[in-house]
Design a protein around this ligand. Structure first.
Ligand code: SAM
Length: 214
């Protein structure tokens, strides 16, 4: 996501108790941080945070963590939580490459990938958030059901991700090649990119996969 750098973004994030920066000490402690036993959902690559902010308001019985690597981008979500405090949302300034340093085994109950960068060049495959190294980490931190929900307008990334999930033993639970006009839309919470792409007339691809270990 391209945004003009804000020099005060990092200090603001550092000084807010709802924000964690590369929090290796919090591994296996997220239930204590939220002070309850509710499920924990994680969005990887949150961007400006419209999706997770609205989801957290819609489902107060679930805890949400917004993970984003760019301070300036995450500071837009900070603006939102400073205006309206939400007890079930925490922000994480960190890189998804190191997820298993931040979360313990089965500590997360659902993972969201919304409009992840497609990295179309083959030599950048390793950066795609559905590359096998990411799926390995998601599998470790997700609970027994291992549910991942993904939305994208990029058909190549979508196809790539479906192959990647399948190769990794995930099965499809829900799928739509036109989420906006599907039966799933009534429950769908939009992201910033989603609204932008819908306005352009793009179709939104959606999949939820699971990898149930019995
Ligand atoms: N999910 C938002 C939406 O749908 O509006 C933002 C989509 S934007 C295209 C992708 C976001 O993922 C960017 O803000 C980028 O900084 C973040 N991102 C990309 N790779 C990441 C990584 N390895 N760890 C954390 N965030 C990442």
């Amino acid at each position: 996501m391209r945004v003009r750098n804000k020099s005060n973004a990092l200090p603001r994030l550092e000084n807010n108790p709802f924000v964690f920066i590369e929090p290796k000490n919090n591994k296996n402690k997220w239930k204590d941080i939220f002070k309850n036993n509710s499920p924990i959902h994680l969005e990887v690559g949150t961007g400006k945070g419209k999706f997770i902010f609205n989801l957290a308001k819609k489902f107060p019985e679930i805890n949400f963590i917004a993970l984003e690597t760019q301070p300036t981008v995450l500071s837009f979500l900070l603006d939102k939580i400073e205006e309206e405090e939400i007890s079930n949302l925490r922000l994480l300034l960190a890189d998804a490459n190191n997820l298993t340093e931040y979360f313990g085994k089965e500590e997360i109950d659902k993972l969201y990938l919304n409009f992840s960068d497609p990295w179309p060049k083959k030599r950048h495959e390793k950066r795609r958030l559905t590359f096998k190294t990411f799926l390995t980490q998601y599998s470790e931190i997700l609970n027994k059901e291992k549910r991942i929900a993904q939305k994208t307008d990029n058909m190549n990334l979508f196809e790539y991700s479906l192959f990647s999930y399948s190769n990794f033993g995930f099965t499809i639970d829900k799928i739509s090649l036109d989420l906006t006009n599907s039966k799933y839309e009534s429950d769908n919470v939009h992201t910033e990119y989603e609204d932008k792409f819908i306005t352009k007339g793009n179709k939104i691809y959606y999949v939820e996969v699971v990898k149930t270990i019995i």
